[in-house]
Design a protein around this ligand. Structure first.
Ligand code: S3P
Length: 178
């Protein structure tokens, strides 16, 4: 295996879990949303406001396409990244794709406390519920789906590591139920 890619809906913990997972595996860590922000010199919320979502998606695609990784890396992506077919293809080539899964209730509760996500601003409940359903088929194309509901970051990292190991041995389903 080369790299580990983390996907999943907004607020499932991709960045927090990714950072700790990288530490545990001795891998580097990169967050593609942060790369987009660094390159643009503005936050994603500002980018949505000033340039619009279409421009954000364009930049997101470019960042994924241009990723240059010289050492094994854990890559945390944005919630919409893996939904795009070109991104999906590229991310799958980079290594094992892990989708973190938590309940919609937990997601709604977390995004409600954070203004940094433009797609979750205001009275977003209905929009997010629809988006969650619409994106499920794309997320299910990940190599491994890991349920992290109720887990601490450390527990989630342990489960993700175990699931990746099982996937690489070809028996991921056995661990997923544990
Ligand atoms: C988005 C999720 C965000 C960020 C952008 C769009 C999405 O990342 O990429 O606001 O389309 O779901 P997180 O999943 O880290 O919140």
């Amino acid at each position: 295996m080369k790299h580990v890619v983390l996907t999943g809906f907004m607020a499932v913990g991709k960045t927090a879990v990714g950072r700790r997972l990288a530490k545990r595996l001795g891998y580097d860590f990169v967050d593609t949303d942060q790369l987009i922000e660094q390159q643009a010199g503005m936050t994603i919320a500002q980018m949505f406001e000033r340039l619009g979502e279409a421009e954000f998606r364009e930049r997101e695609r470019r960042v994924i396409e241009d990723l240059e990784l010289s050492t094994p890396t854990v890559i945390a992506t944005g919630g919409g990244t893996f939904v795009d077919e070109a991104n999906r293809k590229r991310l799958k080539q980079l290594g094992v794709v892990v989708c973190l899964v938590t309940s919609l209730e937990t997601i709604l509760e977390r995004v409600g406390r954070n203004e940094a996500r433009p797609l979750a601003r205001g009275d977003a409940r209905k929009r997010l519920v629809e988006m969650y359903e619409r994106r499920k088929p794309a997320y299910s194309k990940a190599d491994v789906l890991v349920e992290t509901e109720g887990l601490t970051v450390e527990q989630a990292v342990s489960r993700v590591s175990a699931m990746i190991a099982a996937h690489l041995k070809g028996n991921a389903t056995e661990v997923s139920g544990s």
